[in-house]
Design a protein around this ligand. Structure first.
Ligand code: NIG
Ligand code: FE
Length: 390
């Protein structure tokens, strides 16, 4: 028998339902929510709340939809702190360090990979992330890429085949591309929802426009949804390609020209911004304001990976987006919830309308503004609502 749980004492409820208050966050004050069977069964004013089997009083805190971290490389082994330190001392990031994570990942047992992933997923959950995407991309052999996706599948259905991360040392480009679009794709597709490609013609390690086109075409043919790493290290064709292919998301978008912004505004590809990367590589931040002002849907994600952004914290990403990219706190919270959901083409998460998955984040604070106002302070927690089954 299902148990209904009334969550009350909510000073501010972010619903992401614009019908509530005419703004994207759809904020209700003095609100309550009823959860039943893991979904939102009722939302409204606390005084109007129906009776429920259990009551949880959050004591005047803010409640938000769980964060949707739509871009991570959270399954890997090894450590690149020394590479990070060298960058802070002036070295440039060009993707070359990915090879060292590939070596460490290939050498790790399944158990080690599972344990490392579990730690990162727990860090995310403890900070309010309730939906997470995880990519492969540190295996780069048929067996290792499939292994990473099998491990990732134990924690999420949002898994992404990123065999086209870099051309591994010792492989000829054309041979590796044939492998990624052939045998490796076949072996990995059963464990993946998405295919992704690191499209960065300026990098000796990543893939140019024609190569990326081949990866996306093959992935689409095999029934996978499409995502692109684009325009991270410099201007390039990634964004245009993503829009042309109708990809769900193009991620990074650090270097955009007018045509890129126009293309994003005219299509339904989400621009996913990853400010942890600019923080960790000392790069200029993407022009989030321009994208938002042009009507582009923006998502925020951690890009949790050992090279360019070793953070699991969506609250940290929100704070950076506000401080460094001049997004308003409301825009940043929306991008970290509804934006991420759209980047994963999900309608059941990223909002708290009736029928949504009951993924609630509670803040030790009265409003969402505190996510940017109190950077680095662990105020966001996933609300555990394990209903008793009797
Ligand atoms: O999203 N750009 C490509 N891939 C990762 C970095 C991977 C790494 O350096 O290990 C990214 O930034
Ligand atoms: Fe990435």
């Amino acid at each position: 028998m299902s148990v209904s749980i009334l969550v009350n004492g909510i000073a501010e409820l972010v619903t992401n339902d614009p019908e509530v208050d005419g703004t994207p966050l759809g904020i209700r004050t003095d609100a309550a929510v009823v959860v039943e069977d893991g979904t939102i069964a009722w939302v409204g004013r606390a005084g109007d709340a129906p009776a429920a089997d259990e009551v949880r009083d959050v004591g005047g805190r803010a409640v938000l939809p769980g964060f949707v971290d739509s871009h991570t490389h959270a399954v890997f082994a090894g450590d690149r702190a020394a590479e990070f330190a060298a960058r802070l001392a002036g070295a440039c990031y060009d993707g070359g360090g990915i090879g060292s994570t590939v070596d460490a990942t290939r050498a790790a047992s399944d158990d080690e990979l599972r344990r490392g992933l579990a730690v990162r997923i727990e860090e995310m959950r403890a900070q309010g992330t309730t939906t997470v995407e995880v990519k492969s991309g540190y295996g780069l052999t048929v067996a290792d890429e499939q292994r990473l996706l099998r491990v990732a599948r134990t924690v999420t259905d949002e898994t992404t085949f990123l065999g086209a991360h870099v051309v591994p040392a010792g492989s000829a480009r054309a041979d590796y591309l044939a492998l990624v679009t052939g045998e490796m794709l076949e072996a990995c597709a059963p464990y993946a929802r998405w295919v992704d490609v690191f499209c960065e013609p300026g990098s000796a390690h990543a893939f140019d426009a024609d190569e990326a086109r081949a990866v996306l075409s093959a992935g689409r043919e095999r029934g996978l949804g499409l995502r692109v790493h684009g325009n991270q290290l410099g201007p390039g064709p990634g964004v245009q390609l993503a829009v042309e292919f109708g990809a769900a998301s193009v991620d990074h978008c650090t270097y955009l020209d007018d045509a890129d912004v126009d293309a994003l505004a005219s299509g339904d590809t989400v621009a996913t911004l990853l400010p942890g990367v600019e923080f960790s590589t000392r790069s200029p931040y993407p022009d989030a304001r321009r994208l938002l002002d042009t009507g582009v849907t923006v998502a925020l994600a951690t890009d949790c990976n050992p090279g360019t952004s070793y953070t699991s914290s969506m609250p940290f990403v929100i704070a950076m987006a506000v401080r460094e990219m001049h997004m308003t706190p409301a825009q940043a919270v929306h991008a970290a919830t509804a934006g991420g959901a759209q980047a994963l083409r999900r309608t059941d998460v990223g909002h708290l309308r009736l029928g949504a998955r009951a993924d609630l984040v509670v803040l030790d604070a009265p409003s969402h503004l505190h996510l940017a106002y109190r950077p680095g302070v662990p105020i966001a927690h996933t609300l555990e609502l394990a209903a008793r089954v009797s």
